[in-house]
Design a protein around this ligand. Sequence first.
Ligand SMILES: Cc1cc2nc3c(=O)[nH]c(=O)nc-3n(C[C@H](O)[C@H](O)[C@H](O)COP(=O)(O)O)c2cc1C
Length: 388
Amino acid sequence: MRFLSAGESHGKYLTGIIDQYPSGVYIDTGFLNMELSRRQKGYGRGGRMSIEKDKVEVLSGIRNGKSTGSPISFLIRNRDWENWKEIMSVKKEIESSRAEKPVLNPRPGHADLPGILKYRLDSIRDVIERSSARETAVRVCTGGIAKIALKTLGISIYSYVTGIGSVVLKNIINGVDSRILDAIESSPVRCPDNSASEKMAGVIEKAIKEGDSLGGKFKIVVTGVPPGIGSYIQWDMRIDSRLAQAIMSIPAIKAVEIGDGAISGSRTGTSFHDEIFYSREKGFYRKTNRAGGIEGGMSNGENIVIGAVMKPIPTTSTGMNTVDIKSKKSRTSLKERSDVCAVPSASVVGEAVTAVVILSCIQEKFGWDNIEEILENLKCYRKYVENI
Ligand SMILES: Cc1cc2nc3c(=O)[nH]c(=O)nc-3n(C[C@H](O)[C@H](O)[C@H](O)COP(=O)(O)O)c2cc1C
């Protein structure tokens, strides 16, 4: 499957088109709306999230609750558009008194300066509107649709926050049960450890008071993936490279690791690689998963574990030094209403883009067209792997 998104942060709608999604999948839009609300939560989010109550409206590709195999298109309304109608007007005719003055002070850490230069725009507004992470609502909805197909195939995805600013979760989770999943979902920062969760909320509180912002880290875990999706035969077929691209495409993500990737360079081979064992009950298995479920660009049957690092939010209420692009005079950067920390939301977006990559890799190996067919092929392959 693949997808495209369109829409501006304060435009009327965000829209998505999903192509090559299998037929025969029951799509529960209630689940999609729940996914959208998970993206909107999290301590440290700005005022915008209290205005928006994201809901998906499906326009095509689903009939009587079931995917048809045709492109799925959908929209999500921007409630805030009501307050931005004039500024975001598609038509040119608008009273000049109501039009926005050109935005000329680029914010450090944003798309603002390279964007206005690249597209020869008159106002940074045009860059802000599309480069905004509001677009990630489309990815979460698309990822939700991918997750539904994956669930039918016995594949699940979850995520949790492992660090905000200087606060780091020390006890990394080795496996989850419903109690830990509940703890993640009920934490205001999506961290299952109560004490770390409180400390994370504390540093966000401090950043809010100081007019500053924060970033952090999160993990995404995929369970139930069969061995052998992705491939080593071409560079762009490697599942690790595809996951890294997907996670890196999330605004403000600056580093991605697979398994213990970031520390692997300081380990010896015998202390790093996951030794291979075999038993009749388990088949091939590992006692460790430092490779994060991927070897040679393919899943190896263990959980896929991805880590991501998010930089601090670039818009800060204290502002930073910048330059007016017309007058070239020094200015303080624009203080648009903004999140102070969005790591919990980014982890939900991370789940979504991971779901799209995993489903695409599954479709490449087991078929594209129909979910029953994919399931049969997958069952047959799982049996082959068990009996080898
Ligand atoms: C869920 C989410 C919410 C974000 N919210 C904001 C925000 O409110 N204000 C802001 O300045 N940046 C926010 N960002 C980060 C910017 O979108 C991002 O830093 C910017 O587009 C520049 O892209 P880059 O950091 O990848 O270079 C958010 C990112 C994510 C993933």
